[in-house]
Write a protein that binds this ligand. Sequence first.
Ligand code: GDP
Ligand code: IMO
Ligand code: MG
Length: 425
Amino acid sequence: MPVTVVVGAQWGDEGKAKVIDLLSKEHTFVVRYQGGHNAGHTVVVDGDKYALQLVPSGVLYEHVIPVIANGVVVDLPTLFSEVDMLESRGISCSELKVSSRAHLIFPWHQAHDAIAEAMRGDDKIGTTLKGIGPAYADKARRVGIRAGDVHDPERFAALIRDRAKAENKLIAEAGGEPLDVEDMVIQFGEMGARLKPYVCDTISLLHNGLANSAHVLLEGAQATFLDLDHGTYPYVTSSNPTAGGACAGTGLGPRHIDRVVGITKAYTTRVGAGPFVTELFDEDGETLGRVGKEFGTVTGRARRCGWLDVVMLRYAVRLNSLTELSLTKLDILDGFETVKICTGYSYRGEEITEYPDRYDVLEEIEPVYIELPGWGTALTEKREPSHLPQEAQDFIRVVEEHVGIPVRVVGVGAERDDYLVWGSE
Ligand code: GDP
Ligand code: IMO
Ligand code: MG
């Protein structure tokens, strides 16, 4: 398996990092391919929590070379505070690589993110306000500043100065507070110098690694239904988390990829605005949020919660060519007498089989549920499929049957080792 992609199959926070941590054992390169510090990827090792926003989740292993590839937008203050945090905890980041083609985030991107959200009034996206959308917009407008630009400090300073002045005009017009240009030039000049040793051509690095039989793990951030093209637009992020984005975001061709792992919780959550067919507003939703500790790693916002939606997962299989699922947080359902799975959609009395392409339609969809008995047993200590109560085994089989691909890893707790391997073939 030379190249494996891990992609969120829902709206993010599915537990991708925990699965990446597990798969990192057998990979040399662990590569972030899109998004930025809007991601919050959590790995828990012996009670110690590592919450990563930019550094790939494989960093916790000494043998792993963590790579931030060309498709990522990089916030330098966050990157360095993360490197400092990891190194202070004994995790070396000396092997970290940052693509010379990766675009950098600047304070004006954060200012524009806040202005755009304020201008939407009651119709906010609910972004993380990290400047992700504006940074990708600048990339598309061809005015972005890239990591490789730090190689020439004078040019880097001139690029920042020019852009900052232009952006300040727009910020002032929108009623925002203009940024201190010269202060920014100094601060980013210093960070640029610190970035320099990490910057390289990650495309050659990865291709040469593959030529030498290295295994490469591509770490998706966000998720399928936050994808700019395929998600619930406009309530999406500004990149392509889907598996196709992994090719564009790393410079690896599609034929390199032979395994695509979709990560889904055993229920569904979403942070920020946008349609959510199985969202619960009752006690069950409250229980999922409380037991599942559903608060955003990055923003601390409460995540919206609902039952598992396999219509979404079937669509995620198509969009990503998923070869298998990891089903996380099954333990969060332990206390329910019965659990539900949405297996179909109904729109104005008609059954719908395809995932709707319009969010206004999605907002009117009625979920069609099947109800299964709960298991009333704590799963966290379980390590073998046969040790799971029959009801939990049935839940997994129903998911496999309705989604049409096998479940391989089942998450039963937050700790690194709280999982079991379900299928082996
Ligand atoms: P990511 O963004 O997809 O990497 O996911 P996050 O790290 O944002 O959120 C997942 C949360 O669930 C984290 O707090 C994880 O520690 C936790 N988690 C992951 N898998 C499991 C699991 O199987 N059971 C439980 N109880 N927690 C889990
Ligand atoms: P991980 O990688 C969950 C959501 C935001 C908002 C929308 C757009 O941890 O799964 P943005 O700041 O990207 O422009 O916000 O996307 N969002 C996430 N939700 N997990 C994430 O990342 C997210 N990254 C962005 O809440 O609704
Ligand atoms: Mg997260």
